[in-house]
Design a binder for this molecule. Structure first.
Ligand code: CTP
Length: 416
């Protein structure tokens, strides 16, 4: 055991006033009924590192769900509870608060969700992934601010190591393979040698993780500043290929991710990263990926569109291609698939036509609509549809600009 460290001052300096008041209110409520409250996990790690992280995780030796109900009622905030797991989430304006009843876990089967039993804070820390995430800070009257660090997390923070707590860790939960790599790259740490050895040994355990959980891990990776570094490392460790043999975390991916970030569209970034990741895959490899990750129908369509469009790019690279031809080649593809190809295509001409579609052509509409054409004497039916399309093509190609020009063209079509 290292020297006892008290972090009361650090908590006060680090946490915004509102969070501080809240956790103190929770801990006194807990203490009043003989329960104990602790800050745990990522927030403790980040307080020690001095990094921002305002999502609070509390563990309660007692009944977290009941306590959360009392707090939510007093503060009038949104509460989601999972009584079966003893967890609750409170959503405040600018942060979330997770509360969990201290528990021990037993993994009946690799990759499955664990069997949970009530326990002490030490049981709760023992079930965690890495030593740097397995520390707690007491919020209790008798030892407020004291660091609880049974797995030498503080020493690993100092030595910049990601270390598992026991040899079965990756076998119990192979998502930790992805988590270890994510923290290593995010924090600029190193996976400790014995942990690397066990990680490599347990790569086949990736097969035990459900598609939803793997997808969640990829989403978390895509939220990092530089997901390409994590993919590169996962690829070197052989974990990426275990999801799908054709996935790569190479320099090409790194270049495309960089270009995706330069678009400055944070809301799209995660989906763009995903479609860029599958860009080098063949159709059947993509189908395997979609199936393995249990990807939603909507997103699967984006991925399929991405590869289908990739096979059509030679049409877009033709010299003297008309704007109307670009439009009618692209209008049925999802914008995300088009954006992905605009980033990843090697043809400069194709890229600029894809960009032209995204920024301009897709918004061009005729001024006249079906009603207007009926008033001009057209009769309802396929001919009217055809006339509208001719007008649209003419507008796309800059042959008509004003309403009067559209009307003139429409009238000339009637006499054909
Ligand atoms: N945890 C774990 N094993 C997992 C997932 C989570 O042991 N497979 C534990 C870790 O102690 C982690 C805590 O649950 O610190 C909370 O998980 P999460 O919110 O994913 O991680 P944070 O540490 O808060 O990390 P981040 O900074 O990435 O949000």
């Amino acid at each position: 055991m290292g020297q006892q460290l008290n972090l009361a001052l650090q908590i006060e300096r680090y946490l915004p006033q509102q969070s501080l008041e809240l956790i103190n209110a929770i801990s006194s409520k807990a203490n009043q009924c003989g329960q104990m409250a602790y800050l745990v996990g990522g927030i403790v790690r980040d307080i020690l590192l001095g990094y921002p992280n305002f999502d609070l995780d509390l563990v309660i030796e007692g009944d977290a769900v009941n306590l959360a109900h009392q707090i939510a009622k007093a503060d009038r905030v949104k509460l989601i509870t999972h009584p079966r797991f003893g967890t609750a989430k409170l959503r405040y304006n600018n942060f979330t608060l997770d509360m969990a009843t201290a528990r021990g876990e037993l993994y009946a089967k690799p990759g499955a969700l664990p069997v949970v039993t009530p326990g002490t804070i030490n049981d709760d820390l023992l079930r965690r992934d890495f030593s740097i995430n397995a520390m707690a800070i007491s919020l209790n009257n008798n030892n407020y601010g004291e660091l609880i660090d049974p797995h030498q997390g503080r020493s690993d923070l100092e030595h910049r190591f990601i270390r598992i707590l026991h040899p079965n860790s990756f076998r119990d939960d192979a998502t930790r393979i992805f988590r270890a790599t994510r923290y290593e790259q995010r924090l600029g740490f190193e996976i400790e040698p014995q942990t690397v050895r066990l990680l490599k040994h347990n790569i086949p355990m990736v097969d035990t993780i459900s598609g939803d959980r793997i997808r969640h891990e990829l989403e978390l990776i895509f939220r990092e500043n530089y997901p390409e570094y994590i993919l590169r490392r996962l690829s070197k460790l052989g974990a990426l290929q275990r999801i799908n043999t054709s996935l790569k975390g190479n320099g090409w991916i790194a270049e495309q991710f960089e270009k995706a970030r330069l678009l400055n569209k944070p809301g799209l970034l995660s989906s763009l990263y995903l479609s860029l990741l599958i860009y080098p895959l063949r159709t059947e490899e993509n189908e395997h990926f979609i199936h393995r990750l249990n990807i939603s129908t909507k997103l699967a369509q984006v991925l399929r569109d991405t590869l289908h469009l990739k096979s059509q790019l030679h049409f877009l690279a033709q010299p003297f291609i008309k704007h109307s031809e670009i439009y009618y080649l692209l209008y049925e593809y999802s914008p995300l698939a088009i954006q992905t190809n605009a980033i990843a295509s090697e043809s400069q001409a194709a890229c600029s036509n894809l960009e032209l579609f995204l920024s301009k052509l897709r918004y061009i509409k005729t001024t006249l609509n079906g009603e207007d054409l009926l008033k001009l004497g057209f009769s309802a039916g396929p001919e009217l549809g055809k006339a509208l399309q001719i007008l649209h093509k003419a507008k796309l190609n800059g042959l008509v600009k004003t309403r009067a020009e559209e009307e003139k063209l429409a009238l000339s079509l009637q006499h054909l």
